[in-house]
Design a binder for this molecule. Structure first.
Ligand SMILES: *Cc1c(COP(=O)(O)O)cnc(C)c1O
Length: 396
């Protein structure tokens, strides 16, 4: 089984969780199997009774998926992790595992679109009420609490306006009333923010983003304490089947090996581009966690090791100008994915957040000129030239 000593992140990401077969392969083996055979009927009985810890069926667990889960847990400093077929399967299970009809959930409005759907529309259909608030206001978290509140859910930095929410302060409010805190940590990546250290109880990732990092496959992961993972969560996974495919786990394991190299480089480039773009005259407002002018710079300093691989900026001239920027890019691609080796830009108001009303978008700061930039691994000078040239062509 895996080593128990805790190494620094870059080392854990190369070796953590590795299970070697009898062939002692260097690279992680891809166990593309649905099931497992038992040497005797008695062995099968013992395994189903839980007296023998071996594998039973890949909907429950699979060795390649286990390697991914253990490597993620080592990185996050969590007791355990569970892999999922997508980030949304992970988010849904993380919330469903702690509620039942009659319970209540509080969530911050600035959520990834599908996460908002789960909290605002899906949970209430099954008798779990929810209150959606402005996550930057501690008052609103406090005021939203009800006697039946079981979970707080938030994303920080938020998509797409990169607001940063104080995880410790929100966790303190939740714990006072016995609720558990679930953090969607996709934008920060496990390298730059460790929510468990600031009081959160559960961390979720869409592994589709930086963890794969090369736009190949979907995946998700939930990290928390073993007692919680072995409770309702275990039943949910076993009997509803949001399981991660071993093939995707294998791709994501390879992604984890290079995660620090990629994310450090992308963050460096993002910081450089943010500083340069902040000087461009047809940008109204530029948001980058890690710059002194970020609206929550104090919280960034407290809970994040570095900024982000993403930048948000508002182009003067609204939608028309923002579209011109996108259409004049030569390197940057128009896509709603993020955390990819390729630089990707999206216009949230007409894509990821078009489902929201104009008022809701305004409340979230999603203006018609806002672009979200996910910085890739290209040369930062090429990226700067590409962006400056496209912005130049979008000038009214
Ligand atoms: C992409 C994303 C998700 C959903 O993940 P999928 O892998 O696409 O299902 C959830 N939260 C955030 C912040 C994301 O960026």
């Amino acid at each position: 089984m895996s080593d128990t000593k805790k190494w620094r992140p870059a080392t854990e990401l190369v070796h953590g969780g590795t299970l070697r077969s009898q062939f002692n392969e260097t690279s992680e083996a891809l166990f593309l199997t649905q099931g497992y055979v038992y040497p005797t009927a008695e062995a099968a009985e013992a395994r189903f009774k839980g007296e023998d810890p071996g594998y039973i069926y890949s909907r429950y667990a699979n060795p390649t998926v286990s390697m991914f889960e253990d490597r993620m847990a080592a990185l996050e400093g969590a007791e355990g992790g569970r892999g999922f077929s997508s980030g949304m399967a992970a988010v849904s299970a993380a919330l469903l595992a702690q509620v039942e009809a009659g319970d209540h959930v509080v969530a911050s409005r600035a959520l990834f679109g599908s996460c908002l759907y789960v909290v605002e529309d899906l949970l209430p259909r099954y008798g779990v009420s929810s209150t959606i608030i402005n996550g930057n206001s501690l008052e609103e978290w406090k005021n939203a609490v009800q006697p039946n509140t079981k979970a707080f859910f938030l994303e920080t930095p938020t998509n797409p306006t990169l607001d940063v929410i104080d995880i410790q302060a929100v966790s303190d409010i939740a714990h006072e009333v016995g609720a558990r805190v679930v953090i969607d940590n996709v934008f920060a990546t496990p390298l730059w923010q460790s929510p468990l250290k600031f009081g959160a109880d559960v961390v979720v990732y869409s592994a589709t983003k930086h963890i794969d990092g090369q736009g190949r496959c979907l995946g998700g992961v939930v990290l928390s304490d073993v007692e919680w993972l072995d409770g309702q969560m275990k039943n949910l996974i076993r009997h509803t089947g949001p399981s991660m495919s071993p093939f995707n786990a294998w791709v994501l394991l390879k992604g984890l090996e290079t995660l620090p190299v990629r994310v450090e480089r992308q963050t460096q480039s993002a910081r450089y581009l943010a500083d340069q773009l902040a000087e461009v005259s047809n940008i109204n407002r530029l948001i980058y966690p890690g710059r002194d002018d970020h609206p929550h710079a104090d919280i960034v300093a407290k809970q994040m090791k570095a900024g982000s691989t993403l930048i948000a900026f508002d182009v003067k001239g609204g939608k028309e100008a923002a579209f011109k920027v996108l259409n004049n890019l030569k390197i940057g691609k128009i896509s709603n994915n993020l955390g990819d080796a390729k630089t990707l830009l999206t216009h949230p108001a007409t894509t990821t957040h078009q489902r929201l009303s104009e008022e809701q978008r305004a409340e979230l700061g999603i203006t018609d000129g806002l672009l979200r930039l996910s910085v890739g691994l290209e040369d930062q000078e090429d990226l700067l030239e590409d962006l400056v040239s496209a912005l130049e062509q979008a000038r009214a």
